[in-house]
Design a protein around this ligand. Structure first.
Ligand code: GLG
Length: 824
């Protein structure tokens, strides 16, 4: 009997149904009662009730995608920084208000329950958060998509601050179970590693390669449903967990392939244990290469399994059906893995396989920092992935002979530069080169960055394949980064522009016409004020520091890195402090400088900067002489859920990287969208933000990309700036005293050293004066409330371009060529 198909309308719950469902789950899923239940149990019961909706829609989506057999994108990323899912899922299912009311009747606050959820911190920073925004947008726009990544047992470390220093503690996001994930034992994969390659005679004559693995690892998939806004499409994020497999090869064992088989077993389970806590790279570490191969191989197998279910072993449609995006170089090994499967296992000839591979893959570059372009020693590759190394050699030989030699005959220097293999004492596999050679499209993440990828990083490749290089400027999902995190501003926008803006963020542009309107300014600024007051309480609870919402909230939140220049912010605050000490009447509006940042555990200078910020904070916050005009707050354990509290309360957004170093930034977009004014360099997406908002509504300072390059070419000498500016000199000299670390002089000296003897590689001192002037401008603007309100409103209203839906549509048009597939 045909059952009537349920529509979205049929699925929609009312308050009483949801309430009944929560109570039912509290009893039958959580095994407790209304009287005894902890907030955590209530949260899980609520999630279980919401999941009834999610699963129904997930099944419908999967059936539709299967039936329509549409082309799909597979987004491979070693990081997905999802944060919390409860409020997001409720919003996307249009259940938030209903749930609030249902819980209210049960005597509970939805916002309190949401606080029970641990962040899913399976990423370091922008790259991982971008992946999370992208899968939200893909589902929202009804594109068939699967996110693939690693089911880390421990995400990014939890940061504690002890006596000003960062201490890393393990993060255990699923210690007590996570209601948003589903284990799928039916889709387990087995992944080979180590061993050796044998050449044998194939069935059809000719030679064939057989990889005898030394060890096999089990990949267990966990699916996180990704609910699109409106709840029509529910895609999945599939994360692989490693387990030891029963497989054990005695031949390899006897041939000496093992030293200790027990250690190998432990290693199997180590693969998905922990996220590497480095924003850039940990290349060179065997476990990291294995992590990368593990999740790529599992994902490729999963993609093939799904393809073959419909098309059997006929691969002629593969490239038409499958697109794979490589999020940075971390998943590059997917390229030789697909070649291996097609050639060795499916019996395709090389040219056919390469023709498919090349069309399927595309690569996103997220940084120009040379240390972040991964390289693996050939010997490590040979040990872990012997067959892949052979395949890489073959790809390389064909590339050099068929493309490079004809274009630059006899030019060995160019060959050496473009080769996938770097020669030298330790020969290395260059993953960036492999990505470019094996992908049909390569994109950067903001206009300026894509230009630099083309002109500085990969100029010869761009000459070989001019159509390969493109740009897709990053974006952020307005559902999480405005609708959910700033409900009051969202409410105001609903009233003024209607409720379509979470899908069509450009609609906010019509608010610009109210930028001068006194009543609107007042509404807008009182929302900001209210958000600041909420943050004041959070700051007090987290750090014990009292701040006033009267002050300007000046926020720098991002990973700690010299190129992001938290040290520039730090020395400027010290300069302000000096000015206030020298002249207690120094004319400035009270300012609270707020930092949130984790440093890679092995990055000594970054940790020293955190220490210095905290020591400065102690001194400044307790100095009665400056009458509270200056406060410094370091918020511990910066993470997505904390960003959701900081961003709506920010007046000033610090985006102060050395021009040419920040590929895009996405925090810059989130803060401007919530009405903060950017103080920033002409770097990454700041340039596009200033274009949208108008340069007069941002405080732009510092050297631009060309000026950075020419200063470096001329020979930059930080001492020139040190001696030329007495304030700067005094501030730097302060680091050597015990002013901030009583009785322990020199504890902060490493910062001064890096800026002088260390050569100040990120030109901090060169930009100091212009930064200080930009801050004076910010101060002057703030003291004119109408002017400030106008600028803040215009910033918020003109960020439509930075909707991640727009980014995804650009990927679809320029790279993936998908058609959207409506569900239900
Ligand atoms: C990178 C870059 C950021 C960029 C992000 C997303 O450093 O500038 O916004 O990717 O593309 N490693 C990162 O976080």
């Amino acid at each position: 009997m045909a059952t009537k198909k349920k529509t979205d309308q049929d699925l929609q719950l009312d308050k009483d149904q949801l309430k009944a469902s929560i109570v039912r789950h509290l009893r039958s899923t959580l095994g407790t009662s209304e009287q005894k239940a902890s907030p955590e149990a209530w949260w899980k019961a609520t999630a279980a009730a919401v999941n009834e909706q999610v699963y129904e829609r997930l099944t419908r989506t999967q059936q539709t995608h299967f039936k329509k057999d549409t082309r799909a994108i597979h987004y491979l990323s070693a990081e997905f920084l999802m944060g919390r899912l409860s409020s997001n899922n409720l919003h996307n299912l249009s259940l938030y208000k209903i749930c609030e009311e249902a819980l209210g009747e049960l005597g509970l606050e939805l916002t309190d329950l949401c606080e029970q959820e641990p962040d899913m911190a399976l990423g370091n920073g922008g790259l991982g958060r971008l992946a999370a925004c992208f899968i939200d947008s893909l589902a929202t726009l009804n594109y068939p998509a699967v996110g693939y990544g690693i089911h880390y047992e421990h995400g990014l470390f939890r940061q504690e601050i002890q006596d000003g220093r960062q201490i890393e503690r393990p993060d255990s996001w699923r210690e007590y179970g996570n209601p948003w994930e589903i284990c799928r034992p039916e889709s387990v994969q087995e992944i080979p590693l180590y061993g050796y390659v044998e050449t044998v005679f194939g069935d059809k004559g000719g030679l064939k390669k057989v990889w005898h693995a030394g060890r096999k690892i089990k990949g267990v998939p966990w699916d996180i449903p990704v609910v699109g806004f409106g709840g029509h499409t529910v895609n999945i994020l599939r994360l692989w967990e490693s387990r030891a497999s029963e497989f054990f090869d005695w031949d390899v064992f006897n041939a000496g392939g093992y030293i200790d088989s027990q250690a190998e077993k432990a290693q199997a389970e180590t693969i998905s244990k922990v996220l590497y806590p480095n924003d850039e790279t940990d290349a060179g570490k065997e476990l990291r290469l294995i992590q990368q191969y593990f999740f790529c191989a599992c994902s490729i197998k999963d993609i093939l399994r799904r393809y073959k279910r419909v098309h059997g072993a006929d691969f002629s449609n593969f490239a038409a059906q499958i697109a794979i995006q490589l999020n940075d170089t971390h998943p590059t090994v997917a390229i030789p893995e697909l070649m291996r499967v097609l050639v060795d296992e499916e019996g395709l000839n090389w040219d056919t396989a390469w023709g498919i591979c090349y069309q399927v893959f595309s690569y996103t570059n997220h940084t120009l920092l040379p240390e972040a372009l991964e390289k693996w020693s050939v010997s490590l590759f040979e040990k872990v992935l012997p067959r892949h190394l052979e395949i890489i050699y073959e790809i390389n030989a064909r590339f050099l002979n068929e493309l490079v030699e004809p274009k630059w005959p006899g030019n060995d220097a160019i060959k050496a530069k473009l080769s996938i293999i770097e020669e030298g004492d330790v020969r290395k596999v260059r993953m960036g080169n492999l990505c470019v050679i094996g992908s049909s499209k390569v994109n950067g993440v903001a206009e300026i960055h894509s230009k630099l990828v083309k002109e500085d990083l990969f100029p010869e490749y761009a000459e070989l394949w001019p159509e390969k290089m493109c740009n897709v400027t990053n974006g952020v999902t307005p559902r999480r980064w405005l609708l959910a995190c700033n409900p009051e501003l969202a409410g105001l926008y609903n009233e003024v522009v209607g409720k379509e803006w979470p899908l069509q963020l450009d609609k906010l542009r019509s608010v610009v016409k109210f930028a001068d309107d006194k009543a609107f300014q007042q509404q807008f600024m009182s929302i900001k004020r209210h958000n600041k007051e909420k943050l004041v309480k959070v700051i007090k609870a987290e750090t014990g520091i009292d701040v006033s919402a009267e002050a300007i909230f000046d926020v720098q939140i991002k990973r700690l890195h010299e190129y992001k220049r938290q040290q520039l912010n730090l020395i400027h605050i010290m300069a302000l402090y000096r000015r206030l000490l020298a002249n207690p009447d120094y004319d400035m509006h009270p300012r609270v400088f707020i930092f949130g940042s984790k440093a890679a555990p092995g990055y000594k200078l970054a940790k020293d900067i955190i220490y210095a910020i905290n020591k400065l904070a102690e001194r400044v916050n307790n100095d009665a002489r400056i009458q509270g005009k200056l406060k410094v707050v370091f918020m511990p354990n910066y993470r997505v859920s904390l960003a959701e509290k900081l961003i709506p309360a920010a007046d000033v957004s610090e985006q102060i990287s050395t021009a040419g170093y920040e590929a895009s930034g996405t925090g810059n977009m989130k803060m401007a969208l919530n009405g903060a004014i950017t103080i920033g360099t002409l770097d990454g997406a700041n340039i596009e933000i200033a274009e949208e908002a108008g340069a007069e509504n941002c405080a732009i300072f510092g050297l631009n990309v060309d000026e950075v390059k020419s200063l470096k070419a001329r020979g930059y000498n930080p001492y020139d700036f040190y001696y030329a500016n007495s304030e700067l000199k005094a501030v730097l000299d302060w680091f050597d005293t015990d002013y901030f670390t009583p009785g322990r002089p020199g504890e902060l000296s490493s910062i001064k050293r890096s800026l002088l003897e260390g050569g100040d590689p990120y030109l901090t001192l060169a930009d100091f004066e212009s930064y200080s002037e930009a801050h004076k401008l910010i101060d002057a603007w703030y003291r004119d409330p109408a002017l400030w309100a106008k600028k803040a409103i215009i910033n918020s209203a003109t960020m439509g371009k930075f909707n991640s839906d727009r980014s995804i549509q650009d990927y679809v048009d320029r790279i993936w060529k998908l058609t959207s597939c409506s569900v239900g």
